[in-house]
Design a protein around this ligand. Structure first.
Ligand code: ATP
Ligand code: MG
Length: 330
């Protein structure tokens, strides 16, 4: 069976961006592939400044419960925490020695996330794409479903895998990047030129999967539309980033194609589009939330899933790491 690997950082509650760009595709892929879904807690410490052990643990369990609520099935897929599988950091070092300073300096995410920090930015953030490459390559991954923002990191993963294979002997499968045509880049509600992110300081920029109907309504009503006259509803992310983003969200949540939505809303107002979106989001998120609160209340079950997941992941990871050690001559 071909293998799928993907994950998220437990940096906050997941957003509709994470759901539309990644997680809803994970659910479908479970039917056809062997799937490994990771909670990337080691990546999280590259951006979080405080060290609050309780909060860390809590955020990871929140994320796991959200995976389950969205439909990730622990009986079919392997769900695990990155920190429970030390092989990730072991391979990370070996890949460090194959990665170039120059190529990492060009990573957009690093440039964005380190913008205002200058001297205080930690090396972990710089190193992020290498740890991510280790995550993926350890499992001989065939497919990585991700949002558009991770494309550059994935290309780096493929490059470093090829470089390693050429230098030491073929060991890594070169993964294929799967970025959906629509919904792979959901934008911030107040600034549709910036991607929606769960770690955004201003929560009005995103809709969390746990936002209730009142909050959803408030945030959608405030969302930027476009100022062109007369107002028109069609999909054009360059000329009409605000309206296009709302269409992308509605399509990603409700399942209707963008071109159908364009027909439906052809002569309608922006406020009509918004009330449809509010309706659709409230319904779908309510279902996710009901399942979430149910799953989240059973910590024994959650811990057990992580325990089983770590065991399965380590077995696989070890096979690759052993081969890598042998090839290098360690
Ligand atoms: P952070 O701000 O902490 O980086 P994030 O929202 O970017 O949070 P990640 O954990 O980095 O979330 O990414 C998880 C998955 O969600 C990745 O596959 C990523 O490509 C996807 N993703 C993130 N943001 C979006 C978005 N705005 N639209 C579509 N997909 C997204
Ligand atoms: Mg991110």
């Amino acid at each position: 069976k071909l293998l799928v690997f993907s994950g998220t950082q437990p940096s906050g509650k997941l957003t509709i961006g994470n759901y539309i760009g990644a997680i809803r595709h994970w659910i479908v892929m479970q039917k056809y592939y062997e799937c490994m879904y990771c909670i990337a807690d080691l990546h999280l410490i590259s951006t979080v400044s405080s060290s609050n052990v309780y909060a860390f643990r809590k955020m990871s369990l929140d994320t796991l419960a959200l995976y389950l609520a969205c439909g990730v099935d622990p009986n079919v897929s392997t769900i695990f925490m990155q920190s429970h599988v030390p092989e990730h950091t072991q391979l990370n070092w070996l890949l460090n020695c194959c990665a170039y300073y120059g190529e990492l300096s060009r990573m957009t995410q690093f440039k964005e996330k380190s913008k205002f920090k200058q001297d205080s930015v930690n090396v972990g953030l710089f190193n992020y794409p290498i740890l991510m490459a280790a995550d993926i390559l350890l499992y001989q991954t065939n497919f990585v479903p991700v949002g558009d923002d991770q494309k550059q990191h994935l290309e780096f993963t493929c490059n470093i895998a090829r470089r390693f294979n050429n230098k030491f002997g073929t060991v890594f499968t070169i993964p294929k990047i799967l970025v959906p045509d629509f919904g792979s880049r959901i934008m911030s509600l107040l600034n549709p030129l910036k991607k929606m992110s769960k770690s955004d300081q201003d929560s009005n920029n995103y809709i969390s999967l746990l936002d209730d109907a009142t909050l959803i309504s408030k945030k959608v009503k405030r969302a930027i539309t476009d100022s062109d006259q007369p107002p028109a509803i069609y999909y054009d992310p360059v000329e009409k980033p605000g309206v296009s983003n709302l269409l992308a969200i509605l399509s990603g949540i409700g399942g209707e194609s963008i071109s159908n939505l364009e027909l439906i809303f052809k002569n309608k107002t922006y406020s009509c589009l918004k009330s449809n979106l509010i309706q659709s989001l409230s319904t779908v998120l309510k279902q996710i939330q009901n399942r979430y609160f149910n799953e989240r209340s059973n910590e024994n079950k959650l811990n057990n899933i992580l325990c089983v997941g770590a065991k399965k992941a380590r077995q696989k990871a070890n096979l690759t790491l052993k081969k890598v050690y042998q090839l290098i001559g360690l």
